[in-house]
Every structure is written in structure tokens, then in C-alpha cells.
Ligand binder design. Structure first.
Ligand SMILES: Nc1ncnc2c1ncn2[C@@H]1O[C@H](COP(=O)(O)OP(=O)(O)OP(=O)(O)O)[C@@H](O)[C@H]1O
Ligand SMILES: [Mg+2]
Length: 238
């Protein structure tokens, strides 16, 4: 199989007192969406943060296009083409929508207007509310700001930590459509999702994490069809 764009191999990482993730391996290939599901506390966010450079891997390898990025600072990881939308506190609430998007463009201000237009096309409401403070937006709109900021770095890989969390059912569907549109624009996606069924339906690959390890992995379709996954993680619905 061709080498993945993002390749995580046997990563151990935590927050100082022992490891939270134990030998986690993940991959996202060019053009693919991969989804990580699993119970609360499984280490999903920790794995994503290790890739984004916010948690230092104690052991293991993280590569982008073959280049090792494990242990680099978050800013350096971003420069290598990794966009990240964190699970929490992912916008500057005191700044306007436009200012947040400007912050997102810190790596390269040269093509700012072009990128801004692209983000506005994906999320027209961010254009309409450009002068509103992010803190005054709805949760759904704030999530769009965070997504837009990550796109302003022109990523090759986008890491999304629960992008649909807190959204109304209509907005959840819209968020997944946006993720697909972004992916079709050539960006590989690795996301963590609690809306597991919907997320797997737009994914090619899926991972189930439990207790700091990858418990199952495979084609997203196969995970959706698995009785065990369905029973344990998809609420028994298929
Ligand atoms: N900053 C931190 N410092 C210390 N421990 C942390 C920190 N963040 C998370 N943990 C611990 O690491 C473990 C895994 O947390 P993590 O956030 O990676 O799980 P998760 O799978 O993303 O869960 P959720 O579905 O609730 O988002 C938990 O036991 C949590 O308490
Ligand atoms: Mg999490």
C-alpha cells in the first residue's frame, strides 16, 4: 500500500505522570477521511494532540509525507501542513470572526484574501458576521470559526477533534458535508467523533480506541457492519 500522508506508529504519550496512549498507530492517506471513535477517556484527544505537537510523544514516530514531526512544536507541525481544530477553547472569544481568521493565517499572510474568500465560500455566515466577536456567536458558528482558522494554514492534513460536538442535528449534517467538501478539495482528514455512525459513513478508514490503545481498525464500511462495533459504540443502530 502507498505510504500514508500522515503516519503515526507506536506512539506513547501522556501528560507527565505515565502514558495515556500506549503504542498507538494511525494513518491518513491522501484524499481520505479517517475517523477515530471510542468511549470518553480513551485517549482520542491525546492522540490527536500528540500529532498536532501539543503533547510530546515519549516514544514512537509521527511522519508527514515521510518527514518525522514527532516532538516538534505545534507551530512547526502547522508549518508542515497540519491544521488542527481542538475539542475545546478553539477560538479567541474576545476577537472578531475576521480577526480570528487573520490569526489562523499567521504562517503565510501573502495569500490572505484568497484564503479568506475560500473560507467564506464554505461558511458564508463567517462573512456575514465578520465583525462580530467570536464569543458572541452560537456554538455552531464558533465551531465554523475554529474550522476556518485551521483552513487558513492551507493544510495538507486536517485534524478535527469532535467537530460536530454541541451542534443541532441539522448543523451536524451540515458540518459533515463541509468536511467532505474540504476533503474533496484535496485535504486528508483525521477526525475524532462521537457521532460515530455519521462520521464513519463519510470515512474510508476507521479506528476504535479504548483505554489508550487502538482496539480495532479497518475500512469504515467494515466497522459500520461489525456487530461488535455496532453493539459497543454505535448504540446498536446500523
Ligand atoms: N491536560 C491533561 N492533563 C492530565 N491528564 C489529562 C489531560 N487531558 C486528558 N487527560 C487524561 O487523559 C485521559 C484521556 O483523555 P483524552 O482527552 O485523550 O480522552 P478522549 O478519548 O478524547 O475522551 P473524550 O471522549 O471525553 O473527549 C483521561 O483519563 C484524562 O483524564
Ligand atoms: Mg476528547
Amino acid at each position: 500500500m502507498a505510504q500514508a500522508l500522515l503516519q503515526v506508529e507506536e506512539v506513547y504519550a501522556g501528560y507527565g505522570r505515565g502514558d495515556i496512549i500506549h503504542g498507538v498507530s494511525l494513518a491518513a492517506r491522501v484524499g481520505e477521511i479517517a475517523t477515530i471513535i471510542g468511549p470518553n477517556g480513551a485517549g482520542k484527544s491525546t492522540a490527536i494532540k500528540a500529532i498536532a505537537g501539543l503533547v510530546r510523544p515519549r516514544q514512537g514516530s509521527i511522519r508527514i509525507g515521510g518527514e518525522e514531526i514527532g516532538g516538534l512544536a505545534a507551530s512547526e507541525v502547522a508549518r508542515r501542513g497540519v491544521g488542527f481544530v481542538p475539542q475545546e477553547a478553539n477560538v479567541f472569544r474576545q476577537l472578531t470572526v475576521r480577526e480570528n481568521l487573520e490569526m489562523g493565517a499567521w504562517i503565510d499572510r501573502e495569500h490572505f484574501e484568497e484564503r479568506l474568500e475560500r473560507v467564506h465560500r464554505l461558511f458564508p455566515v463567517l462573512h456575514e458576521r465578520a465583525r462580530a466577536r467570536a464569543g458572541n456567536l452560537s456554538g455552531g458558528q464558533r465551531q465554523m470559526v475554529a474550522f476556518g482558522m485551521a483552513l487558513m494554514v492551507e493544510p495538507r492534513v486536517l485534524l478535527l477533534d469532535e467537530p460536530s460536538a454541541g451542534l443541532s442535528p441539522a448543523l451536524v449534517a451540515q458540518m459533515f458535508e463541509t468536511i467532505q467538501a474540504v476533503n474533496e478539495g484535496g485535504i486528508a482528514v483525521l477526525m475524532v467523533e462521537q457521532n460515530a455512525t455519521q462520521a464513519l459513513k463519510i470515512s474510508q478508514r476507521g479506528y476504535v480506541m479504548a483505554a489508550g490503545r487502538v482496539a480495532m481498525e479497518g475500512a469504515a464500511r467494515a466497522l459500520l457492519d461489525s456487530a461488535e462495533v455496532s453493539e459497543l459504540y454505535l448504540g446498536g443502530r446500523r
